[in-house]
Design a protein. Structure first.
Length: 353
């Protein structure tokens, strides 16, 4: 075991404070990553505050962070993919059973036995609590780390590990491409990646936002059009016109105004709110034959595919670099929707000792 510096929530109501804890030594198939940057996902805040009711007392102190990038500083003897000095990334998972149907299909996020989430989870022993990326180092089995191109801006790569794969995966699964009209709902961390990916995949992309002030940014990110969701008249005009909607809204909300935007056989995929949604109008799904679906992050193979896609298309996140010590202030800004479009912690600012 070795000592790592991090920031943790001591319980679901406390601010994050400096916290020193231990990581396991490098095992045969493990890599040890010195963390350089860690993205701040809205899920970090949800879990640190137990908004989803999935954070038992024994998972505290909780070190959040599942958008992790850094340099490999040690590798176990069986490691094939990485060597010391390589860049590596870790996302929302650090292990899974590897044997169930989902794992065999490279869909470890849907493991039917036990997915070990990067923090607020347990290792496969179901006892050892996992701790995330707001820390100086992590040890992970190589299957759960991805390779990162040296040509991308590393600090802006971090959010790809969650915001990136969470939007890339459904766009691929539902085969979004040229000739399709796609709407991305909510211009935050996930939404801005959704716009970039859908555009790179050749779709016509509309940013659907509650914030008129984000319209210009949406265009800069690649959106062809902007639809203000609070403008009832504009929403009415856009009714039944979208093939695919990617809904990133982070809280329970009325989804009916959005489903109305889908055309025949259109699909809206929910990736944002995990909490109950307000009453869905059945008739609005039946006429005209609309689908609501959900999607969670992406498997490790697909995460690597997304990283390679980003290197090929020169795609990274638009970020604001923040200091570790400003984390509580940064969380407040995230809640106020004051993020353009992902906060990333510079791990060099970690207070030591
Ligand atoms: P974020 O950066 O805070 O962005 C969310 C955006 O949604 C906001 O910028 C805002 O955009 C819009 N919004 C906020 N409140 C709204 C409301 N009440 N009604 C309508 N729109 C609202 O959050 P994020 O990091 O992108 O995360 C989004 C959600 O995805 C979170 O709940 C997170 O936990 C979840 N998540 C899920 C997965 C998964 O695997 N499915 C993975 C990662 C994250 P506008 O100003 O443009 O309206
Ligand atoms: Zn996340
Ligand atoms: Zn499994």
């Amino acid at each position: 075991m070795f000592e790592v510096h991090g920031f943790a929530a001591k319980d679901a109501t406390s601010d994050l404070v400096p916290y020193t804890f231990s990581r396991r030594d490098v095992g045969a198939s493990d890599i040890h990553i010195e963390i350089l940057y860690s993205g701040i996902c809205h899920s970090d805040l949800h879990q640190a505050r137990n908004d989803w009711g999935n954070a038992p007392a024994e998972n505290f102190p909780m070190v959040p962070g599942h958008e992790i990038v850094g340099r490999v500083v040690a590798v176990g003897p069986n490691v094939k993919k990485f060597k010391v000095g390589d860049l590596a990334g870790v996302g929302c998972m650090v292990d899974s059973c590897r044997e169930c149907e989902s794992c065999k299909r490279d869909l470890e996020q849907y493991c039917q036995v036990h997915t070990s989430f990067t923090y607020n989870g347990t290792e496969q022993d179901r006892k050892t609590v996992t701790q995330g990326g707001y820390s100086t180092a992590i040890v992970v089995e190589e299957r759960f780390a991805v390779k990162i191109s040296e040509k991308l801006d590393l600090k802006a790569v971090a959010p790809l590990l969650c915001a990136g794969i969470t939007t890339y995966s459904p766009l691929r699964h539902w085969k979004v491409g040229p000739g399709q009209k796609v709407g991305v709902i909510g211009l935050g961390g996930l939404g801005h990646m959704g716009v970039k990916f859908a555009k790179a995949m050749g779709a016509h992309v509309t940013m659907i936002t509650t914030s008129p002030s984000k319209g210009d940014d949406a265009k800069k990110l690649g959106a062809d059009a902007v639809l203000i969701s609070t403008d009832a008249e504009a929403m009415q005009k856009a009714a039944s016109s979208f093939d695919f909607l990617l809904n990133t809204v982070p809280v329970s909300h009325d989804i009916n105004p959005y489903t109305s935007l889908l055309k025949l056989d259109g699909t809206m995929v929910l990736v944002g709110a995990l909490t109950p949604l307000d009453g869905v109008i059945g008739g609005s799904l039946m006429l005209p034959r609309r689908t609501i679906a959900g999607s969670a992050i992406g498997g490790m193979a697909e995460t690597q595919e997304m990283m390679d896609f980003c290197a090929e298309h020169n795609i990274v996140s638009d970020i604001e670099l923040v200091d570790m010590a400003s984390i509580n202030e940064t969380y407040k800004r995230l809640v106020k929707n004051d993020v353009r479009y992902r906060f990333v912690i510079d791990m060099a600012t970690m207070p030591k000792g």
